[in-house]
Ligand binder design. Structure first.
Ligand code: SF4
Ligand code: SF4
Length: 165
């Protein structure tokens, strides 16, 4: 693990109050061009970030699995959905299917995902920084900046670009 990844939880903790205040203000009066700005910030960040050098999301949290995800991935393995669930998943406190353990069983030693083409929707969309109406998922973003260096940097840039009063 490189130093920046090791230091990320501490850096995110230092920014927690500031970020929380920022998102609270943003929610009250989101700028009209927010979707556009977020797409720009997201694209710029992922131009320079190589997820294959990180994979911290796959190593530390893992996604929720929807029914559609389970059906698709089970089919990929030629397994019955129930068998796939028994082998890899468990229900969490909110009754969502999540990985039995992390790092994710499908993560290779080279950080490649063994089920990349059929991976869960939540993996495809993580860290959700190009999501429309980004201010509506601030509770999730406050958690994601602790594990995802790209999300951390995007939020830092966002605070410079998006004025809140
Ligand atoms: S999405 Fe974030 S945490 Fe996941 S591999 Fe990419 S930079 Fe790392
Ligand atoms: S399914 Fe693939 S992308 Fe999703 S957490 Fe596992 S290794 Fe990562």
């Amino acid at each position: 693990m490189d130093d920046s990844l090791r230091e990320l939880p501490e850096r995110a903790k230092e920014k927690y109050i500031e970020n929380k205040k920022f998102f609270a203000k943003l929610k009250k009066r989101p700028p009209k061009n927010l979707d556009y700005v977020m797409q720009e910030l997201h694209d710029a960040e992922f131009e320079r970030t190589d997820c294959l050098e990180c994979a911290n999301c796959c190593k530390t949290t893992g996604p929720l699995f929807t029914n559609a995800d389970i059906e698709r991935i089970a089919k990929h393995f030629r397994l019955k959905p129930q068998r796939f669930i028994e082998t890899y998943l468990r229900l969490d406190e909110e009754n969502d299917y999540v990985l039995q353990e992390v790092p994710c069983a499908f993560l290779g030693a080279d950080n490649h995902c063994a089920i990349y083409d059929v991976r869960p929707k939540a993996c495809r969309e993580f860290p959700h920084t190009d999501r429309k109406k980004f201010h509506q998922i601030s509770h999730l973003t406050l958690k994601n900046v602790v594990i995802c260096p790209a999300a951390f940097r995007i939020v830092e840039e966002m605070k410079k670009r998006v004025g809140v009063k």
